[in-house]
Design a protein around this ligand. Structure first.
Ligand SMILES: [Zn+2]
Length: 314
C-alpha cells in the first residue's frame, strides 16, 4: 500500500561543503506524517528550522539554496537539490535534515551516498496515504532559449535536453519515466559536472572551495579529467534530470505530469514550480483511495508513479 514514508532510524554522514570547503555533519531523522522535509541548522542558536518549500528558495545560481527568517535570525541551507532528489526518488515524504553548516555536504556529487545512507537507515511506511499533485493544464516558463514546461499526463516523466556545444555532451534528449526502480538504476549515480575554465573562475571568486575530482566530473575542451571516466555515457544530461527531480520536489509531493526541460537549470526549474503553485487551475491535489493505490503498486494503474513495497505500517 502506498503510504507516506519516513526513515526508520537516524542516518548520518560527514562530508565537505562544495562552496565553503568546510567539513559538515549531515544527519537525517524520521519525522511525523505531514511534516514534509525540513532543514535544521544545528550550529545556529535555537536550532533554526526551515521547510523545504518554494517560498524559501533564495538563490539558484550554481545550486539551490533555501533561506528563511527563523527565530529572529536568518537560516540558510545551500546545495539541497541532490539530497531532495534522493528523498523524493525513494518516496520519502517526511524527514528532518540536520546540518551544522550553511550547505549540504556534496559527497561524491551525485545522489548515491544519500540514497545509501537512507536505505541503510531503512524506509518506514506511515499510516496516512501519500498525496499526489496532479497537473491539470500546461504551465511554461522561458528565459531566452531556455524552456521548462509541465503538462498533464499519466505517471511522472521528465524529458531533458542540454546544449553545451561540447563534443562530450551531445544535445540528445533524455527521457526519464519516474519509478523508484528507474531512479535507482538510471539517475542516482550521475554526478554534478563543470568545465575546467569555470572551475578556475569560481575558485577566484572564493566559490567551489570544496570542489575536486572526488565530487564532480570536470571536463576541459576535449576530455573528462577524472581518471575513472564517466559513470554513464550520458552522465551530464542524467545529472540535469536528477537536479530537476530535486527542484521539482519543492512542489511538496509526488507529481503526476510530464515535464520538458530545454537548457534549463535550477533557476528555471524553481520558476516553473512557483508558476504552477500560483495557478490554482494548474493542479489538483489527489489522495487516491487505498484500492487505487493497491492497483498502482501492482503496476496495474499507470496513472501513478511506481514505488517499491516496503515493510509494515508503523
Ligand atoms: Zn546538481
Amino acid at each position: 500500500m502506498l503510504r507516506q514514508r519516513t526513515i526508520r532510524e537516524k542516518a548520518s554522514c560527514i562530508g565537505v561543503g562544495l562552496h565553503s570547503g568546510r567539513k559538515i555533519k549531515l544527519e537525517i531523522l524520521p519525522a511525523p506524517e505531514g511534516n514534509g522535509i525540513t532543514f535544521v541548522r544545528t550550529d545556529m542558536r535555537l536550532h533554526a528550522e526551515l521547510k523545504a518549500c518554494i517560498e524559501h528558495v533564495a538563490d539558484t545560481t550554481l545550486a539551490t539554496t533555501l533561506s528563511a527568517g527563523v527565530n529572529g535570525s536568518r537560516a540558510t541551507v545551500g546545495t539541497v537539490e541532490h539530497l531532495l532528489a534522493a528523498l523524493s526518488g525513494l518516496g520519502i515524504d517526511n524527514a528532518r535534515v540536520l546540518v551544522d553548516g550553511p550547505e549540504i555536504p556534496i559527497m561524491d556529487g551525485s545522489a548515491a551516498p544519500y540514497v545509501e545512507m537512507l536505505q541503510a537507515a531503512g524506509l518506514e511506511a506511515q499510516r496516512k496515504l501519500k498525496r499526489f499533485l496532479v497537473i491539470k493544464k500546461e504551465v511554461k516558463v522561458r528565459d531566452g532559449d531556455k524552456l521548462a514546461r509541465i503538462a498533464p499526463g499519466s505517471g511522472f516523466k521528465i524529458r531533458c535536453t542540454v546544449d553545451f556545444d561540447h563534443p562530450l555532451i551531445p544535445p540528445l534528449p533524455y527521457l526519464f519515466q519516474f519509478s523508484e526502480r528507474s531512479f535507482l538504476r538510471d539517475l542516482v549515480r550521475a554526478r554534478t559536472f563543470g568545465f575546467l575554465k569555470d572551475v578556475e573562475a569560481l575558485r577566484e571568486r572564493g566559490l567551489a572551495r570544496g570542489g575536486s575530482l572526488e565530487n564532480a566530473v570536470v571536463i576541459d575542451e576535449y576530455r573528462v579529467l577524472n581518471p575513472e571516466g564517466l559513470r554513464y555515457s550520458d552522465e551530464f544530461v542524467r545529472h540535469k534530470v536528477l537536479d530537476a527531480l530535486g527542484d521539482l520536489s519543492l512542489l511538496g509531493m509526488t507529481v503526476i505530469g510530464h515535464v520538458e526541460l530545454v537548457r534549463a537549470g535550477h533557476a528555471l526549474n524553481t520558476h516553473l514550480v512557483r508558476k504552477v503553485l500560483k495557478d490554482p487551475k494548474a493542479f489538483e491535489i489527489v489522495e487516491p483511495a487505498a484500492e487505487e493505490l493497491e492497483q498502482a503498486m501492482q503496476g496495474a494503474d499507470s496513472r501513478f508513479p511506481q514505488f517499491e513495497s516496503i515493510g509494515s505500517v508503523v
